[in-house]
Design a protein around this ligand. Structure first.
Ligand code: ADP
Length: 238
C-alpha cells in the first residue's frame, strides 16, 4: 500500500499489560502500526502472541497501557468509555470465532437487532443477501450450519455499514471448505464496499488473501509483507 496516503489507524509504542493479582502479562511490547483505508490486513501469529489484544485496542474494546492509537480523529487510547462506545457503535463491525447469535431469533431478526442501533443501516435482507443467505432469512440459528451461522454474524456486522471490520479467527471453528466460503464473503465485502478489514489468524495459508500481512510474536511485530498478488479465498488450502 502506498505510504503517500495518510493511514486511517495509527498506533505508536502500544504496550498492554494485564495484571492479575501478583502476575503481570505483557501482551503487547511496543507495537507501531499504520493501517490504510480499504486494506485487507491479516494479523498472523501463534496463540498468545497478542493478536486479539491488538485487535481489541483497534476496535475500542480495550485501551492500551501505554502508547498512542487513533482511528482518523478518534483517540483510541482514551480512558473515556463513552467515547470508545460511540466509536465502536458508529464505525466498527466485529466478527468472532463463535457467532454469538440469539438462538430464539431468526437470521433476519438477529441482523435487524444490530440495524436498529445504527444510524444508516442497510436493510437486514440486503445484508443477508450480500453474504449469500437471501434464502435463509427466516431460519433460526439451530437450523443453520456453522458456516451459515458465521455468515449471519458477518451480515450482522456489515448491516450497520461499518468503516472497519475486525475479525478474530472467523474460521477457527469451521472446516477448511466452509472456512473458505466465509473468507470469500469477507473478501467480497472488502472489495465491493471498501471496508477496511483486519483479520486475525494463526493459519499462515490465510495470509495469502491479504493486501498486507503483519506477523506478531511475543507481543511484538516481527515481520511485515505486502502481497504483490492476492490469492482468492477459493485458492487457499490448509
Ligand atoms: P492471541 O490473540 O495472539 O492468541 P492474546 O492477545 O489473546 O493473544 O493474548 C496475549 C497474552 O495476553 C497471552 O499471554 C494471554 O494469556 C494474555 N491475556 C490476554 N487477555 C488477557 C486478560 N484479559 N487477562 C490477562 N491476560 C490476558
Amino acid at each position: 500500500m502506498s505510504d503517500a496516503r495518510p493511514p486511517v489507524f495509527r498506533a505508536r509504542g502500544i504496550e498492554k499489560v494485564y495484571r492479575m493479582g501478583e502476575v503481570e502479562v505483557r501482551a503487547l511490547r511496543g507495537v507501531d502500526v499504520d493501517l490504510y483505508e480499504g486494506e485487507l490486513v491479516v494479523l498472523l501469529g501463534p496463540s498468545g502472541s497478542g493478536k486479539s489484544t491488538l485487535l481489541n485496542i483497534l476496535g475500542g474494546l480495550d485501551a492500551p497501557s501505554a502508547g498512542t492509537v487513533s482511528w482518523r480523529d478518534h483517540d483510541l487510547a482514551t480512558r473515556d468509555d463513552r467515547l470508545l462506545t460511540r466509536y465502536r457503535r458508529d464505525h466498527v463491525g466485529f466478527v468472532f470465532q463463535f457467532y454469538n447469535l440469539v438462538p430464539s431469533l431468526t437470521a433476519r431478526e438477529n441482523v435487524a437487532l444490530a440495524a436498529e442501533i445504527s444510524e444508516h443501516p442497510l436493510r437486514p435482507e440486503e445484508a443477508l443477501e450480500r453474504v449469500g443467505l437471501g434464502d435463509r432469512l427466516d431460519h433460526f440459528p439451530a437450523q443453520l450450519s456453522g458456516g451459515e451461522q458465521q455468515r449471519v454474524a458477518i451480515a450482522r456486522a456489515v448491516v450497520k455499514r461499518p468503516d472497519v471490520l475486525l475479525c478474530d479467527e472467523p474460521t477457527g471453528a469451521l472446516d477448511a471448505a466452509t472456512g473458505r466460503l466465509v473468507l470469500e464473503v469477507l473478501d467480497r465485502v472488502n472489495r465491493e464496499v471498501g471496508t477496511t478489514t483486519v483479520l486475525i489468524t494463526h493459519n499462515a495459508s490465510i495470509a495469502d488473501m491479504a493486501d498486507r500481512v503483519i506477523a506478531l510474536s511475543d507481543g511484538r511485530i516481527v515481520r511485515e509483507r505486502v502481497n504483490a498478488t492476492k490469492k482468492r479465498p477459493a485458492e487457499l488450502s490448509w
